[in-house]
Write a protein that binds this ligand. Structure first.
Ligand code: PMP
Length: 453
């Protein structure tokens, strides 16, 4: 047994992988990524793949970026970790300041955590606690969306809405009021993605308005992903939904929580997807790309009004009761600061329109193919639904056809994963236009010939 085979055997024996049916894990030679460089990951045996999944949507500037590596190494020479309960550290202070300065107006304070789910859960706790602080404890219900995904801890699952992931834990969750998925509504009633998107937005907003009119007095907050439901299959909102939701939340005195975990840090084409509609949430969750894809780091940003409601003389027991061992970890914050410094120089965002256009142009080759359903794009994220050409339906879940297509793409040098019946393209923002072409060409071949009967 060589080293690789030994590791594979131990991987199967000991390592319980996320979202993975372990009974079949290992049957198909899963990759063990030994190292990575730029936009490529390398298997232990040296085979390389273009990273079209950006290490689960978090890598921004490529792997082993010299500046991010250097920032991390420099901080390592000072201190790897010390608690931020009652103390502080320079990278966390500087990062909190930098995030407040670049985030949508109104967000004035930054609370750190490690993963996107935590950032969301913290926003949920802050919103519930805020209404108690301001003397309106009856406002405790959250409005959530069908198909929403905000992470896997119990609070984040409570505000999620993907039956496959969430139903089994139903008895653990707090109840919420559920609105339709904006894309689902647009697809069913207005023939999205090609139909009348402004009518679809108006219809969705009318549903929100009637809910807020009826129950606003007991609603704490509406929580939304920032313009696209990511994990549900990259389902974009009709334009106007985010801004309209904000206006309604203001009118009915409910907080707006925007989850930018997947969309933040350039993924949508702007630094934050909120910027497309000038949305200024009361609470915003960040994660994934915050550290450039290097280390677990997340943040919840809050308005001055939310923050101030927690202030009281010592002993008032009004502080926010939340914290983790690694909150404000200096290594993660140091690398995030360098990530923001790279963004500040402007080139990364300036190059995105051309890359997004290249992706859009390349996706046209998939439209109207008998083996494709809908094709969706939101900035530097795309999803192509796979269809059985003989039935025009998605393949049954258990057949794993989408997975086989990704497996074949991997053999051809492109690394991605399916989301339900869709094949996804979410590369690092540092991907070149030629590499975008490569991803699309490989996926076209894998999808058209791949594993079809
Ligand atoms: N919110 C959104 C919109 C996400 O897409 C995700 C993860 N894909 C999360 C929250 C959860 O983040 P994490 O996996 O870091 O907990």
């Amino acid at each position: 047994m060589d080293e690789r085979q030994q590791l594979q055997a131990w991987d199967r024996r000991y390592f319980w992988h996320p979202f993975t049916q372990m009974q079949s894990f290992g049957d198909d030679d899963p990759w063990i990524i030994g190292h990575a460089e730029g936009n490529y990951v390398y298997e232990l045996d040296g085979r390389r793949c273009l990273d079209a999944i950006a290490s689960l949507w978090c890598n921004i500037h490529g792997h082993r970026h010299p500046r991010l590596d250097a920032a991390l190494a420099a901080q390592l020479g000072k201190v790897a970790h010390s608690t931020t309960l009652g103390a502080s550290n320079p990278p966390a202070i500087l990062l909190a300041k930098a995030l407040v300065e670049i985030s949508p107006r109104g967000l004035e304070h930054c609370f750190f955590s490690e993963d996107g789910a935590e950032a969301v859960e913290i926003a949920v706790k802050m919103a519930a606690h805020y209404w108690r602080n301001v003397g309106r404890p009856e406002k405790q219900i959250f409005v959530t969306l069908e198909n929403a995904y905000h992470g896997d801890t119990v609070g984040a699952v409570s505000v999620g809405g993907i039956p496959l992931f969430h139903e089994v834990y139903g008895h653990l969750l707090f109840p919420t009021l559920r609105l339709p998925s904006p894309y689902g509504l647009a697809r069913e009633r207005f023939a999205a993605p090609t139909g009348d998107s402004s009518a679809a937005a108006a219809a969705w907003l009318a549903e929100l308005e009637s809910l807020l009119a009826a129950r606003g007095h007991e609603i704490a907050a509406l929580i939304l992903e920032a313009g696209i439901q990511g994990a549900a299959g990259l389902l974009p909102f009709s334009p106007g939904i985010l801004a309209g939701a904000q206006a309604l939340c203001r009118r009915f005195d409910c907080l707006l929580i925007v989850d930018e975990v997947a969309t933040g840090f350039g993924r949508s084409g702007k630094l934050f997807a909120c910027e497309w509609e000038d949305v200024e949430p009361d609470l915003m969750a960040l994660g994934k790309g915050l550290s450039g894809g290097y280390l677990p780091l997340a943040a919840t940003l809050a308005t001055a009004a939310v923050y101030r409601s927690f202030l009281a003389p010592f002993g008032g027991a009004r502080q926010f009761y939340h914290g983790h061992t690694y909150t404000g970890n200096p290594l993660a914050c140091a690398v995030a600061l360098e990530n923001l410094a790279i963004f500040r120089e402007g080139e990364v965002l300036a190059q995105l329109p051309a890359k997004i256009a290249r992706l859009r142009d390349g996706l046209t080759a998939f439209r109207d193919q008998p083996w494709v359903g809908a094709v969706r794009q939101f900035g530097m994220m795309a999803a192509i639904e796979l269809r059985n050409p003989s039935t025009a339906q998605a393949y049954p879940y258990g057949e794993r056809v989408e997975y086989q297509v990704c497996r074949q793409a991997r053999e051809m040098g492109v690394y991605t994963r399916p989301l339900g019946d869709a094949i996804t393209i979410v590369p690092p923002l540092s991907v070149t236009e030629e590499e975008i072409d490569t991803i699309l060409t490989v996926l076209h071949t894998a999808m058209s010939q791949g594993s079809h009967p």
